[in-house]
Design a protein around this ligand. Structure first.
Ligand SMILES: Cc1cc2nc3c(=O)[nH]c(=O)nc-3n(C[C@H](O)[C@H](O)[C@H](O)COP(=O)(O)OP(=O)(O)OC[C@H]3O[C@@H](n4cnc5c(N)ncnc54)[C@H](O)[C@@H]3O)c2cc1C
Length: 498
């Protein structure tokens, strides 16, 4: 009898690394778009963090990760991430990733929140694309054990006696197919597309998170969502599905945030100025816009080196007829990364037998309440490889006894209600939250039958309820109605009940 494959849903960095590490087990990777070009992975501009410098260490990387996460991190997960980072970079090189070099050393860059230069780039600001292409090529060489199937949407999990034993896919023509699996891995990425302003691709709509929750996996830290301060604002005011990101590296290279009168936005806010942690800068940009100001990033100081240093951002500006060498760039904050997700252990196991999660859809606590820049590609490699290796050794084919149950996502939303939901979440679950705003959003969903019955509405309620329950500010979760006003890791700890 043919053994069913390990089914991985998602062909981003987490899914592909899991697949490569699961050799020689048979693996089937299902995704909406083609591997190498799909999900958030190819969009990553900054790079991947690892303590590789002579004066750096995993302990210092871990320290920075926990400071960024406001102490809400799982320390064991942080230790795994940071101690395995150097090996992850070597492994990526073996898969064909050509990181940028200074002579015979990797060139390492500084980003906000890092105490040392430890961000490795590939192709300047095209790191994600280069890594995704190299991993897709590596997977293609392992065709004997990994099969890629793109153009399909997983819309249901199949269970037998409480164990996940397969998935149901739907293709572009609406044809559905049941696929049995030795194990199912959700590597479906984040939830940014649920927000009106986002840097994430439309595929980051939270379907994998919704499926996992439906199947009984626990959600963890669902309210911890990172907002990036600088997405490129559209010149006609109409929000596209996804906004181009203006990487933090550009502020690292000297760019400054200002209002329409040229006044510095960050000067009086934080001693770290424009390189203060992302949540602080994003909130400042949000608040300035809510006070009626326009918000700009003045990066003219980069001068003629713009096209060479930041080709992706330069091209995005040019596409909107903006020349960042000569004029400030209009910016606005955008939903960027989900620290929370499906609760897993350090191997990627959820509490549902047969169901695993890895990458942005998962939460093992590594990021705490705020992700340190460039730690998420690393998370995909380190925890993907761990999970793949564990599955290769330990997963047994489930018995084919008992009735097969299909746990499907609820109804989807029509375009108008989808846009309504994205606006609602941006307004009330964005960089600034309050009990009254969260209650308004919850009531709006409940009172709209289409929203209330849909799977995105159900997922939104889980996110809003988590934000409602954490009645204080910490990390990226900012409550304007917090009696203490601003977060302070010194007086706050991240208790699960809070
Ligand atoms: C603009 C941008 C810049 C970034 N820059 C950096 C950076 O410099 N450094 C860094 O560390 N991180 C960065 N990040 C974050 C990082 O890119 C992501 O966290 C990471 O790539 C997520 O990888 P993943 O494999 O978990 O998911 P993804 O790469 O998003 O892949 C998800 C996959 O799941 C598939 N999928 C989803 N749902 C379904 C479904 N129902 N059925 C079938 N397939 C499905 C998608 O098609 C896709 O293949 C950035 C993110 C963005 C958006």
């Amino acid at each position: 009898m043919n053994e069913p494959p390990i089914v991985i849903i998602g062909a981003g960095i987490a899914g592909l690394c899991t697949a490569l590490a699961a050799a020689p087990r048979k693996v089937l990777v299902l995704s909406r778009g083609s591997a190498g070009n799909d999900g958030a992975t190819p969009l990553a501009q900054g790079g991947i963090a690892a303590a590789l410098g002579a004066d750096d260490s995993p302990a210092q990387h871990a320290h920075d990760t926990v400071i960024a996460g406001a102490g809400c991190n799982d320390l064991e997960a942080v230790a795994v991430l940071t101690t395995q980072a150097a090996e992850a970079i070597v492994w990526l090189q073996q898969q064909g990733v050509a990181f940028d070099r200074d002579g015979d050393q990797l060139s390492l860059h500084l980003e906000g929140g890092h105490s040392h230069a430890r961000i490795a780039h590939a192709g300047g600001d095209r790191s994600g694309q280069r890594i995704a292409h190299a991993l897709a090529a590596a997977v293609a060489k392992h065709a004997a054990h990994v099969t890629l199937q793109s153009g399909c949407d997983v819309d249901a999990l199949l269970l037998r006696e409480g164990r996940v034993v397969g998935v149901r896919t739907r293709d572009h023509n609406g044809q559905s197919q049941q696929i049995m699996a030795a194990a199912v891995v959700l590597a479906t990425g984040g939830i940014g597309a649920l927000f009106a302003c986002t840097s994430n691709p439309p595929s980051a709509n939270g379907a994998g998170l919704a499926l996992g929750l439906r199947a009984g996996a626990a959600g963890r830290d669902l309210e911890f969502i990172q907002f990036h301060p600088t997405a490129l604002a559209p010149n006609d005011g109409a929000l596209p599905a996804q906004l181009p990101l203006i990487s933090e590296a550009i502020r690292g290279a000297g760019a400054r945030l200002c209002d329409g009168d040229g006044r510095a936005l960050m000067a009086a806010i934080d001693v770290r100025g424009d390189l203060a942690p992302r949540d602080i800068v994003a909130r400042r940009v949000w608040q300035a816009r809510h006070a009626g100001a326009s918000t700009w990033l003045d990066a003219r100081s980069i001068g003629e080196r713009w096209p060479e240093r930041f080709p992706t951002v330069f091209a995005a500006c040019q596409a909107q007829a903006i020349d960042p060498r000569r004029e400030p760039i209009p910016v606005l904050p955008a939903a960027h990364f989900h620290m929370g997700g499906l609760a897993t252990d350090l191997l990627g196991r959820t509490r549902v037998p047969g169901l695993f999660a890895v990458g942005e859809v998962a939460c093992n606590g590594v990021h705490g309440s705020n992700r340190l820049a460039s730690n998420s590609l690393l998370e995909g490699v380190v925890f993907g490889r761990r999970l793949g290796a564990w599955l290769a050794d330990d997963i047994a084919t489930p018995a084919a006894t008992g009735a097969l149950q299909t746990l499907a996502l609820g109804p989807p939303l029509d375009v108008a209600n989808w846009q309504r939901l994205r606006q609602l979440l941006w307004q009330h679950l964005g960089p600034v939250r309050s009990a009254s705003g969260l209650d308004t959003a919850l009531a709006t969903i409940t009172n709209n039958p289409s929203l209330a019955a849909s799977w995105p509405g159900e997922l939104a309620r889980a996110l809003l309820n988590a934000a409602r329950q954490r009645a204080y500010s910490i990390g990226a979760h900012y409550r304007s109605d917090d009696a203490l006003g601003t977060h302070s890791p010194k007086v706050r700890c991240c208790s699960p009940s809070g």
